[in-house]
Design a protein around this ligand. Structure first.
Ligand SMILES: [Zn+2]
Ligand SMILES: [Zn+2]
Length: 124
């Protein structure tokens, strides 16, 4: 699942803040992580050497936040084996034979229950 989430994860990060987003292909709900500030946000590197170090640090912190967002998104998003879309827990149905998204379940007339029926807010 992490590979699939990775493919749809959007990077909205700036030089100051790390931010990632995933969207449900069915209902369009968007989930982002809590924005995390770059540890050197707003600090200008004094020398060329420091710039290289800050850049590497940025990459490292970005990767860490990205990994966390992917891990978290994997718990909230699901891959529909019928339409091959990634949908949120509210749009994913537990069915008798094969779990699938709401739209496919309706089209194929498969009865089932959504993973999550209530609206809950979460961040990655
Ligand atoms: Zn959804
Ligand atoms: Zn589907």
């Amino acid at each position: 699942m992490t590979k699939i989430v990775e493919a749809i994860l959007e990077n909205l990060s700036t030089r100051e803040v790390f931010l990632f987003r995933v969207s449900c292909a069915n209902c369009g709900a968007q989930y982002t992580n809590k924005p995390i500030r770059f540890s050197k946000a707003g600090e200008l590197p004094a020398t060329q050497s420091k710039r290289i170090i800050y850049d590497a640090l940025y990459e490292q912190e970005l990767r860490a936040v990205r990994q966390g967002a992917i891990r978290s998104a994997s718990q909230h998003m699901n891959y529909c084996p019928i339409c091959k879309r990634v949908v949120c827990n509210r749009c994913f149905m537990i069915c008798d034979d094969l779990d699938m998204c709401k739209s496919c379940a309706a089209r194929l007339e498969e009865p089932g229950k959504p993973v999550l029926s209530e609206i809950v807010e979460f961040s990655l």
